[in-house]
Design a protein around this ligand. Sequence first.
Ligand SMILES: Cc1cc2nc3c(=O)[nH]c(=O)nc-3n(C[C@H](O)[C@H](O)[C@H](O)COP(=O)(O)OP(=O)(O)OC[C@H]3O[C@@H](n4cnc5c(N)ncnc54)[C@H](O)[C@@H]3O)c2cc1C
Length: 403
Amino acid sequence: MAIADLRPTEDLLELRARVRAFMEEHVYPNEPVLNREDDEADALVARLRGLAREAGLWAPHLPPEAGGSNGSFLVYAHLNEEIGRSVWGQLVFGCQAPDAGNGEILWHFGTDEQKERFLKPLVGGEVRSFFSMTEPEVPGSDPTTLRTRAVRDADEWVIDGHKWFSSGAEGAAFGIVMAVTDPDAEPHRRASQIIVPAETRGVEIIRAVPTMGHRGRGWTTHCEVRYTGVRVPVENTLGEVGDGFRIAQKRLGPGRIHHVMRWLGQMQRAFELMCAYSLEREAFGEKLAEKQTVQNWIADSAAEIQACRLMTLDAAHKIDQGDEARVEVSLIKFFAARVLHDVIDRAVQTHGARGLTDETPLAGMLAMARGARIYDGPDEVHRMVVARRILKSFAAGDGWRFE
Ligand SMILES: Cc1cc2nc3c(=O)[nH]c(=O)nc-3n(C[C@H](O)[C@H](O)[C@H](O)COP(=O)(O)OP(=O)(O)OC[C@H]3O[C@@H](n4cnc5c(N)ncnc54)[C@H](O)[C@@H]3O)c2cc1C
């Protein structure tokens, strides 16, 4: 695939321009209200979602037959360079994590009944969901160690376990819970994914776990959840029993690249703020833009952002072609997480104390960026995946070709 082929077509440029215009008219000016995360902010989100739907820009992560407006990863990557610029963009366009990933696995693995009952209201934006895999007692990096159990009793699963970082669980209608269904199976066949309506008896949200001083509200929470004798019908199993890891892989691959696509928007916004402010602010008789340190930050950021863009578009294109793109997704996940952090950090530094205030979006962006190196697999695990694959290929005498 030539790099030129990853560039947007005329139609996509037009669509992207509409998304940008929507962001400029409806999202950026409303960020101060949205950031308050109160009742007024919730009402505003609902109104903006209605406008996004009317504009035909709703749920661009799913094809029209699933209730969305797109379906190509490559197109979605380009759109996310706009949507991702604001933390609120994904919620406004109905493609927010973790609902987007949950929607995709329900679309690919759900039965007709599951699609009708859970996917339809999810894609329609009537309800939210959560994904409940990580547990405080065992390393999330190695989910073969999960302890949450689902034991079959006639036509029901009985689930007992303790999770945390179930993002968005507060106020969600249902969760997809990863639970061990066969402890004696080989490690990657032990677990299944089970859909659990939030109101089921025995589901208890213990607390929203504050991260970096932020408790969050509703969609922005990261919840500790306990499951005690939770009974759901076996029809709520997603895919086959024992498919938990296979589906997780299907979910997390695209989910990771969704995150990276949004980070491209965040990086570019921080970069623009850094450039603009450096041309405005003077110190020691010259603009900050004239100082070589700042020029180095701008040049390094430009190079790194463009590298991230091209790696992301390439991975998105490969996924569109049916490739799992395991190496490409892991490469971009750890590389872009670092670039995201560094570019925002340089932009904060350029702004001096102002960079830490709420007068720019940078401080909030920096706080959010730190988690990027941990969620959906810490950097170290993605480096391990990449290095193992490359070394395996070398050990087999095939070397490694960059394609
Ligand atoms: C903002 C945020 C949102 C999240 N949302 C969700 C969610 O919605 N649902 C969900 O289930 N989970 C969620 N998570 C949890 C996330 O997926 C886990 O935190 C992640 O998988 C790491 O697991 P852990 O925190 O248990 O760290 P551990 O697995 O205990 O790892 C701790 C550290 O050990 C090091 N390490 C681990 N393995 C290796 C290795 N092989 N080589 C070298 N070093 C290693 C890394 O530095 C790592 O950071 C979220 C996390 C965050 C921060």
